[in-house]
Design a protein around this ligand. Structure first.
Ligand code: SAH
Length: 235
């Protein structure tokens, strides 16, 4: 179904399809999103299905949008950047914290991941589940209500972990659940936040602190200043 202009969904207007292709060309490519698979996934997933029907006209705009309960669906560029830096391969097990509308889960599923998504607001989960099922991504996404700052140990380790809410500090559970070679993309901070990429080395001590010999099991990179809703949890 996918061609150079992205996917066409049954019942979707040509305006929405064109707006999605424009989103990729004007918001993602010029800012440096270069992975063809990520661009194809962003061109495929119908973002307008993940917003309130009254906001469909804004679904492909260059900003976050309210999805109720005081939270937002992230800006398309932020979803694309986090997805690209997480370097998702088909078949990867991916943990997603803060599933919200389910949009990020769909993008990960479009890349062939098996997604384990957690959302703390009960009322958001059923609609997200229904959308993912209706659009054909449901079989790849396990979605549950809970506190994602505590991780989801039953399915660990994960090749990638994406967090869509800002943590005051990186929850230890997420560090513990990263597979060797795995990537964690997470906004950190309260007022001033930055998006960080933490990569667990294929070998090395699974701690963020340097050990006695000075070798660290992780590399850490600050990507850019960001503004996310807070991660509310115990981890
Ligand atoms: N990826 C979502 C973004 C939603 S905003 C989307 O594309 O729609 C971030 C989400 O994180 C909110 O829905 C918020 O309820 C959720 N959240 C905050 N703290 C959480 C926690 N500890 N565990 C799980 N979800 C959490």
């Amino acid at each position: 179904m996918t061609d150079d202009n992205g996917a066409q969904w049954a019942g979707e207007s040509s305006e929405l399809r064109a707006a999605r292709a424009r989103m990729v060309e004007t918001q993602l490519v010029p800012r440096g999103i270069a992975c063809p698979r990520v661009l194809a996934a962003m061109g495929e997933v119908p973002r307008h299905e993940f917003v309130d029907p009254r906001l469909v006209g804004e679904a492909y705009s260059d900003h976050a949008l309210p999805i109720g309960h005081g939270v937002t669906i992230s800006q398309p560029y932020m979803v694309a950047l986090m997805t690209e830096r997480a370097a998702i391969k088909p078949g990867d097990r991916v943990l997603e914290i803060g599933a919200g509308s389910g949009y990020q889960s769909a993008v990960l599923a479009a890349l062939g991941a098996e997604v384990f998504a957690i959302e703390r607001i009960d009322a958001l989960v059923a609609p997200a589940r229904a959308r993912l099922d209706r659009l054909g991504y449901g079989a790849q996404v396990h979605l549950r209500v809970g506190d994602g700052s505590l991780g989801w140990p039953e399915n660990a380790p994960y090749a990638a972990i994406l967090v869509a809410a800002a943590a005051p500090q990186i929850p230890q559970a997420l560090i513990d659940e990263l597979a060797p070679g795995g990537r964690l993309v997470i906004p950190v901070g309260t007022d001033a936040q930055e998006l960080r990429l933490i990569c667990r080395r294929a070998s090395g001590k699974p701690s963020l602190q340097a050990d006695g010999e000075g070798s660290r099991g992780f590399s850490e990179e600050s990507l850019l200043p960001v503004r996310f809703v807070p991660l509310i949890g115990q981890g």
